[in-house]
Every structure is written in structure tokens, then in C-alpha cells.
Write a protein that binds this ligand. Sequence first.
Ligand code: ZN
Length: 143
Amino acid sequence: MSDPRPQARSLAGIASYHAHVYFDGPAQREIAAWIRERIGERFPVQLGRWHDKLVGPHSRPMYQIAFDVAVFPKLVPWLMLNRQGLAVLVHPNTDSPYDDHLIHALWLGEMLPLDDSVLPRKLKAGEDLIDPVKVNTAPKMEG
Ligand code: ZN
């Protein structure tokens, strides 16, 4: 008899994480810049471009922070303490962008709508939407 309960998924399925820091208007953009600068000083992450126009599934301007699994236990609590009211989406990168954003995500603060029509359910074999994290910061201090 087969066990009808779902199999637990392995952490090995998580290649890396993203945090998306959202901002709405000039005052929040300044806070987002303050957060970005301090993260660059403290954590080995890949800071993505500013997106003042909406991109992908996102419904508010934002920038992305890509980081390795080992950085999660420092960066995410730091964001909890320092986000100053901004909405932040933290999601794993697995082989399903759809699940990563809509099912397995963690929100700090406000939960924003996402456009699910642009999120593939499964990456095709050989398709590499999960870019390796290319650290572009030079941390000089502890979190
Ligand atoms: Zn992302």
C-alpha cells in the first residue's frame, strides 16, 4: 500500500534565494537605497539593477538581491530588523519559478500581488533560469 501523504522535499532543491525589495514613491525609494547600501557593506550578495518600471511578475518597483543558501540566516533577519516598512519578498530558486514565488515564498510586511502568467511551472531540461549568484559586493563589516 502506498503512503498517500506527500514526500518531504529536500533542501537540496534550493539552488539559491532572491529577496525583492519593493518601494512605492520617492520616500520609499530613499529607504530602499539606504537598505541597499548597507547590505552591500555587510553581505556577500549579488545586487540587481533598480527596476523603476515593472518587470516580470512584480507589481511594484523593486530591486533584487540574489544570495547563496549560506547567507540566508544572516541576511533575512537583517532585513526583518531594517526594512523600515518596505515590502520584501524572499523566495527560493528551485526548478519551478511558479512555486518559488507563489507557494514557497516568504513575505516581510505587505504581501503584494504577483502576475502568475509570467512564471513557468517547471524549468525545461537544460534551461537555466537559475543563474549562479555572482557576488558583486565587497562586505567590510559584520551584519
Ligand atoms: Zn526573484
